[in-house]
Structures are given as structure tokens and as C-alpha cells.
Design a protein around this ligand. Structure first.
Ligand code: ZN
Length: 665
């Protein structure tokens, strides 16, 4: 049997005549809507061809005026209003329970310092005791977290580095034989022999041990109370000693992490008869050996509170009601319309450019695709047997927040939501016509349908059974986790992904029209098929999370992203160890790494790790944050057996895991 015969081709955009007819109905709807509403409606219905309509939508969303559709920008709200206006112009109703198409929700916003931030010190000579001036002589850095400490002892710990690294051949430990538990460590920025081409720390290049993250994570491993960092002379060169901005140091660990001016730290050292910072740095660099030491007589007290005023976001949701006995069954067609703003909210691959990230492909293209499909379905004269709900999600780039919010607060019952389409980056169909479809294994028979129908439309279908294999980090995942079959369409990753160069001129509109034609036909097939789609699980599913409101959001360029590839955080250095965990990127900070799932057949799955486990240690290391976890992975080798400490259902457990090789997976 020819696979095509099973498909209903009615309504598929097969030629010009069909398109003209559809556009004609669109104009009629547009005029009717104009008559029914007062006020301006900017509908793209009147444009004659799909490509012109899609270009108009995409150009609006990817315009600089929309500010990269970043969380907290006016451009994101303007985009939401545009999408609602389009739905209205098509004659689609707002989904039940929305406020005029909007489903609002809040997520924690960008971290900022509370006004109570303080750093004070005591010295033997009472008159020498003092307090730092925020922003002038000290500042907390985002590489640390909130916390308080009172009159803590202080230890000088060199560069704050512990390197037992056979790969880079670095064996150096500023913490050797040093007790810093509950104490503050005073450390230098950079690494030993920083500008020395013959340095054992990879010559004049910085290694990972020079990073703020290593210093924060390493201090946490040694159970320090807090970190106080100063610029090193080798790093400063001729530059003035200045503090770096709070948000510029990336993410790291959960302990308070301060930076102070050198003159402040030198005044402490001088008051207790210790060598100056310059002398200590010179001594370390000369010998290539640590100069760590307690600093008796000096105590530090500190207070850091990090606030996250919420972002107010909204999904935009429209409905096309069905008719007949299956009218209570819902098919969702979704895409996220948010993007990265100016790149500083996190997720940008070029955060230092601080330019508008227009996100033409990611994901003005998917949003435009949903609008185009909505127009086509809304303009049909014949009622459909199932309900179709169009959802344009917000907060995707920061952690699938819009789709998570929807599945926890569904506008139509999830038990009767029978299928979910997700479009994320469908604007760059290549000349080989390759279209990736993920999730073809989540519904009985779906792979065959996609293959046959896709081929008939001239596509090379790259089907992936699982919804979260490889590049699966998008809005279909929360639906899949609720046992709903999903299909995620994607034209592939590219060099301008998550950069300011993802712009309108790179979009293949002819390709988008062809995808719309194909997906319109596939959608009609699924909406009309007699039998309810049958869900097939392809990977372990995430435990449902009830507390997404408490979830934390990545703060800056180094924040982990749920966007592809959502998998183990990369190793810091050394061999590419593979575990196969899927961290929950919305988890609460600093308490461990919560898993939203594990990859099928991975070392993590074989060891018995599962969704909902909180990873708190590995080998002899503690895990507070994702960055701690990354460093844990980096100190082990493929093939090694390590003990993993987890909290499951509130109880500590230990599991043995045999680490794999990343490249082999
Ligand atoms: Zn993205």
C-alpha cells in the first residue's frame, strides 16, 4: 500500500488555486473582525501569499524594536500583543480562562543585591577595624550566593586553586594542609605565573583553574564560610585596581563571594604583621609553590542577600473549537516567542557583544509557523472533530517556564490533550531539505506517517524516536512528561544560533511555506484520525514539579541553559566523562542538583539514578550547584566507578556508577 493513501489531502496547500482561495477567506474574516472590533488590528490576513504573511510576522517579531524579546523587555510585551492581535484577526477565540488570550505567570528575575549587603572587619588594634563601602572598596560577585557570617577567622589561600590534573599535568594545591572550615579565604585572582610562557599552568594562557567558578567551587569543597578575592598584580599589569560588576563573574557556588580592593586587604595584612599581597604573589610565582597561611588577629563579618524580583511573563493562547463526539479532545500547536534580549539574561553564545539578539530563527520562525497554521485552520469552512489550541510560550529560553506553567495550569484538561506539536527553529531549511522531527517514537504509528508524508512533500525526514534525545530542550518536553505524544520540528542547529546574527535575512521563507504545507496536512491527519493517538514513553519521564514558582533562573552568560543540548554539563577539563543525567535547570540554587530525568541506556540509568533524585555528592566531593557538579565530573575518568550520593524521597542514598565516555555517546 502506498503510504500516501492513508492521508487526507483535503486542505493541504497543493497549489496556487488553493492558496488564493484560502487567502480570500482570510480577507473576509479580517473584514468581519474589523467590523466587530473598534481600534486598530494589525492582521496579516490581507496579504495574498503564505510567504508574504510569514515574512510580515517574522519581520515584526525579529525587528530591533522588539529588543530581542528578552524577559523583562517592553519588546516582549509588544510581541505578545501582536500575537494576540493576529489570533483575533483570524477569528480565533481566546482560550478559556485567559485574559484576552494571555495566560500570565511570574518567574524569578535577574539576581540583584539587596541593600543590606555588608562586609566589616576587626583587627587587634580596635581603631583599625572598619567596614567596606559597597561598590567602592568591596562588592559581592554573582559567582557566589547569599549568606551571613560573623567574626569569622581568615586564611590566606593563595590563588584558591586545587589542581590534581593529569591531563594538563598540573599538580598544585593552595589548600594543602590548610584548615578553612567555617573560615573566610582570602585569595588572588588569576593563577600562578600567569604571564610566564613557561608556567606550569599552560604557559601564558589561563587554565580553568584561573576561573572565578573554580575558586568558588573549590572554596565550597573545602567548606569555607566565604571567599574574599583581590586582583592579582600579574593580571592587573598597568591597569588600576578596580572591582568588577556584581553580575560579571558568572555563576559558581552557593557561598558568599566578595571582591575587595587591594588596598583594603593590604591594610589588614599590614595590621597583623603579614607580608603584603605583592610579596605573597611574588613568592608563590617564584617557587611555583603555595604560600597559604592563617591570618590570626583578623576577623571578617559579612552579609549578602541576593534578590530576584520577578519577571511578569505571559503565554498567548487561542482556541479553535472542534465539533462532534471528539470535540473534548485537544491537539496543542505550540512555539516559544521569547528570545535572549540583548544577550545578558543568559544563553547567548556572544554575551559580550551586548547587542539585540533578534532570534529570527529562534524562535520567530516557530512562532510564525504557528500563526500560519492557525490562519489556515481558522479559515477552513469545515469544522474539525477535535479542538486545536494554539499556544505561544514565553520564558522558554530561561528554562521552559511558559510550557511548564501551562502543563501545571492547563486551560484544557491534559488527560484529554491527545497530541502536542512544537516548532522551535524552523526557518533555515537547508538545500538538502532536511527536516528534523523529534518524538516520532512517542505515538504508535507516528514515525511511519511522518516519513511517508514528509517524503511526499520532498523532505528528507530525520526522525528521532525520543523527545529528549540530543537537541530536545524545548517546550514539548513538559507535555511529553505528562504522557502526551509530541512532535518537535526543527531545521537544524547553525553557527549563528544564540548570537545577534540570527536575523531576518537568514530565513528561508520558501522552506517555511513548504514546512507549513506539510505540517498542515499532518495536523489535519492527527486532528481527524478516528483513534485517539496512543502515547509511547521513550525515556524516563521527569517527576512532576509542583514548585516551579520557586524555581531559579539563570542570571548571566554562564548560566546553564535548557536549550539544546540539554544534558550533563560539560566537563571543566580533562577527559570527557559521560554520566547521562538531565539536570532540572529550574531548581533551587545551592542545595544539590535535581534531576529531571536520565538518558536511556546511560551510565546514570544503569546506576539506578532517576528523575526527582537530588545529587548532593560524588566520590569525596560535595555538590551544591550545577557548577559543583561539572567540576565533580571533571576530576574523574571514563570507566571509573564512583559513588554518587543522592537524596531520594527525603532520604540519603548511595549508588555506584560506572562513568562512560562522552564522545562514545
Ligand atoms: Zn533558543
Amino acid at each position: 500500500m502506498n503510504g500516501l493513501t492513508m492521508f487526507d489531502r483535503v486542505g493541504a496547500a497543493g497549489g496556487r488555486g488553493v492558496l488564493t482561495g484560502r487567502a480570500g477567506r482570510g480577507v473576509l474574516v479580517f473584514l468581519m473582525v474589523l467590523a466587530a472590533f473598534s481600534g486598530p488590528i494589525r492582521g496579516q490576513e490581507a496579504l495574498p501569499t503564505p510567504q508574504e504573511r510569514m515574512r510580515a510576522d517574522l519581520a515584526f517579531l525579529a525587528d530591533d524594536a522588539q529588543e530581542g524579546r528578552g524577559a523583562g523587555t517592553k519588546g516582549l510585551d509588544v510581541s505578545a500583543q501582536y500575537l494576540a492581535d493576529q489570533f483575533r484577526a483570524m477569528g480565533l477565540k481566546p482560550a478559556a480562562g485567559t485574559e484576552d488570550y494571555f495566560q500570565p505567570f511570574e518567574i524569578p528575575g535577574r539576581p540583584r543585591l539587596a541593600e543590606t549587603v555588608a562586609l566589616t572587619w576587626t583587627l587587634p588594634e580596635e581603631s583599625a577595624s572598619g567596614a567596606g563601602v559597597l561598590g567602592e572598596t568591596f562588592t559581592p560577585l554573582s559567582v557566589g550566593g547569599s549568606g551571613r557570617f560573623e567574626k569569622a577567622e581568615v586564611v590566606f589561600a593563595g590563588y584558591g586553586i586545587t589542581a590534581k590534573d593529569d591531563t594538563l599535568n598540573i599538580h598544585y594545591d593552595d589548600y594543602a594542609d590548610l584548615d578553612v572550615k567555617g573560615k573566610v579565604v582570602l585569595i588572588l585572582r588569576g593563577e600562578p605565573q600567569q604571564n610566564d610562557p613557561n608556567s606550569k599552568f599552560a604557559g601564558a594562557n589561563n587554565t580553568v583553574y584561573a576561573t572565578f567558578r573554580h575558586k568558588a567551587v573549590n572554596a565550597f569543597q573545602h567548606e569555607a564560610a566565604a571567599v574574599v578575592l583581590v586582583n592579582n598584580l600579574a593580571g592587573l599589569g598597568d591597569a588600576q585596581d578596580s572591582l568588577i560588576p556584581y553580575n560579571a563573574a558568572g555563576r559558581g557556588s552557593s557561598l558568599p563571594f566578595f571582591m575587595v580592593k587591594r588596598e583594603v586587604a593590604d591594610s589588614w595584612l599590614n595590621a597583623i604583621g603579614q607580608p603584603s599581597l605583592a610579596d605573597l604573589e611574588t613568592a608563590i610565582d617564584k617557587e611555583g609553590a603555595p604560600q597559604s597561611r592563617p591570618l590570626p588577629g583578623l576577623t571578617l563579618s559579612g552579609d549578602v542577600t541576593i534578590e530576584r524580583p520577578p519577571y511578569k511573563l505571559k503565554n498567548v493562547v487561542a482556541v479553535l473549537e472542534g465539533q462532534g463526539p471528539k470535540a473534548e479532545e485537544t491537539v496543542v500547536i505550540g512555539a516559544h516567542y521569547d528570545h535572549l534580549g540583548d544577550g545578558t539574561q543568559g544563553g547567548s553564545r556572544t554575551p559580550n557583544r551586548r547587542e539585540i539578539h533578534n532570534g529570527a530563527d529562534d524562535n520567530a520562525s516557530g512562532t510564525t509557523m504557528v500563526l500560519e497554521l492557525a490562519r489556515r485552520l481558522a479559515a477552513r469552512p469545515d469544522p474539525l472533530p477535535r479542538r486545536v489550541v494554539f499556544i505561544l510560550f514565553s520564558g522558554e529560553e530561561l528554562g521552559l517556564f511558559g510550557s511548564r506553567h501551562y502543563v501545571e495550569n492547563p486551560l484544557y484538561p491534559l488527560e484529554n490533550t491527545v497530541f502536542m506539536f512544537n516548532y522551535d527553529m524552523v526557518g533555515r531549511l537547508n538545500d538538502k531539505n532536511e527536516l528534523s522531527l523529534l518524538g516520532v517514537g512517542t505515538m504508535a504509528g507516528l514515525a511511519e506517517i511522518c516519513q511517508a508524508l514528509g517524503t511526499s512533500h520532498g523532505f528528507v525526514i530525520k526522525g528521532t524516536a525520543g523527545a529528549s534525545d540530543g537537541f530536545g530542550g524545548s517546550d514539548h518536553q513538559p507535555f511529553y512528561n505528562k504522557s502526551i505524544p509530541v512532535l518537535f520540528a526543527f531545521t537544524g542547529l547553525h553557527s549563528v544560533y544564540h548570537t545577534p546574527d540570527d536575523t531576518l535575512d537568514t530565513i528561508n521563507f520558501e522552506g517555511m511555506e513548504r514546512i507549513a504545507d506539510f505540517m498542515e496536512e499532518l495536523t489535519l491527519h492527527l486532528v481527524r484520525r478516528p483513534n485517539r493517538p496512543e502515547f509511547i514513553p521513550t525515556t524516563r519521564r521527569s517527576a512532576p514539579r509542583a514548585d516551579t514558582a520557586k524555581a531559579e533562573v539563570g542570571a548571566n552568560s554562564t548560566a546553564p541553559q535548557p536549550a539544546p543540548p540539554a544534558n550533563d554539563p560539560g566537563p571543566v577539563s580533562g577527559a570527557r566523562v559521560y554520566l547521562g543525567t538531565q539536570p532540572d535547570y529550574a531548581q533551587e540554587e545551592g542545595k544539590g542538583v535535581l534531576l529531571s530525568g536520565v538518558t536511556e541506556g546511560s551510565p546514570a540509568e544503569k546506576a539506578g539514578l532517576q528523575a526527582g533524585d537530588l545529587l548532593v555528592g560524588m566520590g569525596d566531593r560535595k555538590i551544591g550547584t550545577l557548577e559543583d557538579f561539572m567540576e565533580c565530573l571533571s576530576v574523574h575518568k571514563p570507566g571509573e566507578t564512583v559513588e554518587v550520593q543522592i537524596i531520594r524521597d527525603g532520604k540519603p542514598q548511595r549508588l555506584k556508577v560506572v562513568l562512560g565516555t562522552r564522545s562514545a555517546n
